[in-house]
Design a binder for this molecule. Structure first.
Ligand code: COA
Length: 193
């Protein structure tokens, strides 16, 4: 009988991989750089991003420099992998996509994303979500990538569905975002989907 009790991934699975740019269909992902901090500050000031931002315990402030810097530390700790989203062949960051709460034990992670207002509507978010998820399955070796979005956030729902994340139900009062407590839709993709 297979051993279902052991971890799916080695504990250092993420640390074995170097943060590097990824090229997807019609989208680029690259590691965050300190020079991206002003753009991140602008993103934090956007009401749409601010409203749905689910802050981790170490993200209670809006310090963009620290936010950018922490991704390298989190990668080294094996907990999170995140990229700046760019148009193909362009280095300018237009948004964010990240795999959060990476769990080696069960081979899962949470996907999250935002786009700057001027970069929305062209499909970059959907393509970035699909590219980060493909990397999570093929290179990191995850089994399940899930995401949640506020039920009212229909654009986030369209990105999830368009990137192949099936709807799995409604989580009542799950989201603790700046906009307050909200019911959330749960979506997920399995490696085997
Ligand atoms: C959610 C967000 C990342 C989407 O970015 P985007 O660039 O608009 O996304 P895309 O262009 O890839 O796709 C948007 C989808 O929403 C659809 N859409 C756009 N406006 C819509 C609306 N008012 N109602 C319903 N669907 C809408 C588009 O048709 C597209 O669907 P399609 O791919 O099936 O055509 C962006 O709106 C954002 O950053 N919002 C604020 C932060 C946020 O909500 N993050 C997610 C938290 S879970």
């Amino acid at each position: 009988m297979p051993d279902a009790t052991g971890p799916v991934l080695p504990a250092d699975a993420l640390r074995r991989l170097e943060p590097r740019p990824l090229v997807g269909e019609g989208v680029g992902l690259r590691p965050w750089a300190p020079s991206d901090a002003p753009l991140v500050a602008a993103a934090f000031a956007d009401p749409g991003i601010a409203a749905w931002r689910a802050r981790q315990p170490d993200e209670q402030d809006d310090d963009a420099d620290a936010w950018v810097r922490r991704w390298a530390e989190r990668w080294a700790a094996g907990t999170d992998a995140a990229w700046a989203v760019t148009a193909p062949g362009d280095d300018a960051a237009q948004g964010y996509v990240g795999l959060r709460r990476i769990q080696a034990f069960d081979g899962s992670a949470e996907l999250s994303y935002w786009m700057l207002p001027e970069a929305r509507g062209g499909g970059l978010a959907r393509r970035a979500a699909a590219t980060a998820t493909a990397w999570a399955f093929a290179e990191l070796g995850l089994h399940r990538v899930w995401l949640v979005h506020a039920v009212a956030n229909v654009r986030a729902c369209a990105v999830a569905t368009g990137a192949g994340f099936r709807a799995e139900g409604t989580l009542r009062g799950y989201l603790r975002a700046d906009a307050g407590r909200a019911d959330a839709h749960l979506h997920a993709r399995l490696r085997t989907d």
